[in-house]
Ligand binder design. Structure first.
Ligand code: PLP
Length: 394
């Protein structure tokens, strides 16, 4: 049997996938089993923040796992403590952290904190969480219900947990609030929903309003976090201090890790939440290294230069192809080009793949770019050259 046949036989077919067999990656370039190279503008959907095959992270992981990979959260874990301090310092938010293994898990924990806050801090029980219609918060039964996209609420998974309300946009959140509302959960730049950044002024106004009403602001930074927007958190860029922030994706550079940062240290106590793998030696030592590499990249100005160069090339692709695209959207290295005709999206992605450049889709009409933050100028130039050639054939 070929590998593709084995995949179809032994893997649950929940993904529409491309049967390429990648063998190696060097920064933002992937090589398949025929040694064909691909410029990766996806970083595994915003995960491989420090590039493929990062030697520093690989060495850190090897060194760590030769000593200890995992104990359990019944014992203190040195890299976990150090990573929590690092995240707190980088975010500028004085808080405590719970470590999970994914974005959805981090959001589950955030919702649990909000629910307990709503149960214990008020005379009347508050439990409702408001999210946005085009949001994406995960695939577990709770986070899929927290996700505002109705097509994700498949009827065959019912019953879903109660307590979620959806606002069509930031302005409409106010209307959805009632005496049982405990939290508002938003992405500051919607990722899966179509690379949609919100206005800073609107977000700051919302944050002030919620604080006054003692309603928690949960910011889902699973995709926007860890320097993706140019700042450590999008919350830093928007100059807000949410009550709860969730992170995952780029935090581990490819090693699964999720994190929940909250200034409400006293809500969850012994026995309220847990995770076997969350925050173990493997993931936290890798993540600590990833955070340091990206912190240096920001502080030495390279990240800013990369963002500017990427933006210039992206906008050039956009203006050269006004018959295909309607707008250029996004922040930092979280970017998109909206297409005029939604049917061209898959063609661009597939033909781009054939030409050796990987790009993503977001929402119905957005070609999405989430390159590694370490991407070189040469790789950016080559990737856009291949995309320009691809567009000529459409
Ligand atoms: N939240 C946001 C904003 C995301 O973009 C994603 C994944 O794309 C998730 C949550 C879910 O993360 P995970 O797939 O790690 O569970």
């Amino acid at each position: 049997m070929t590998l593709e046949e084995l995949d179809k036989e032994y893997i649950l077919q929940t993904y529409k996938k491309n049967y390429v067999n990648f063998k190696e990656g060097v920064n933002s370039t992937l090589y398949d089993d025929k040694n064909k190279d691909y410029i990766d503008f996806t970083s595994g959907i915003g995960v491989v923040s420090v590039g493929h095959g990062n030697k520093k992270v690989a060495n850190t992981i090897c060194k760590q796992i030769k000593k200890i990979t995992h104990t359990s959260n019944s014992y203190m874990i040195e890299p976990q403590v150090k990573l929590a301090k690092k995240i707190s310092l980088l975010s500028g938010i004085k808080g405590s952290i719970f470590f999970a293994n994914s974005g959805a898990e981090a959001n589950e924990c955030a919702i649990k904190i909000a629910r307990k806050y709503g149960e214990t801090k008020f005379n009347n029980k508050k439990y409702k969480v408001i999210t946005l219609k085009h949001s994406f918060h995960g695939r577990t039964i709770t986070t899929v219900k927290a996700t505002g996209q109705k097509n994700m609420h498949k009827s065959y998974f019912t019953p879903y947990p109660d307590g979620f309300k959806y606002a069509t946009n930031i302005n409409n959140i106010y209307k959805e609030i009632d005496k049982e509302t405990v939290a508002v959960m938003i992405e500051l730049v919607q990722g899966e929903g179509g690379v949609q950044p919100f206005k800073k002024r609107k977000i700051q106004k919302l944050a002030r309003f919620l604080k006054k009403k003692e309603i928690l602001l949960i910011v889902d930074e699973v995709q926007t976090g860890i320097f993706r927007t140019g700042e450590f958190l999008a919350s830093n860029l928007y100059q807000i201090t949410p009550d709860i922030i969730t992170m995952a994706k780029g935090l581990g550079g490819g090693v699964p890790i999720g994190a929940v940062l909250t200034s409400h240290k006293d809500i969850l106590t012994y026995g309220d939440h847990g995770s076997t793998f969350g925050g173990n030696y493997l993931s936290t030592s890798a993540s600590l290294n990833v955070c340091s590499i990206l912190e240096d990249l920001k502080n030495n100005g390279k990240l800013k230069k990369t963002i500017l160069h990427f933006e210039t090339k992206l906008n050039k692709l956009y203006t050269n192809n006004l018959s295909v695209f309607t707008s250029s959207v996004g922040i930092g290295l979280m970017r998109g080009l909206r297409v005029k005709n939604i049917h061209t999206l898959d063609t661009i992605i597939n033909k781009g793949f054939e030409a050796g450049v990987l790009v993503l889709k977001a929402g119905k009409n957005t070609l999405r770019f989430l390159p590694p933050l370490t991407i070189s100028k040469k790789e950016i130039n080559e990737g856009f050259k291949r995309l320009e050639m691809t567009l000529k054939t459409i």
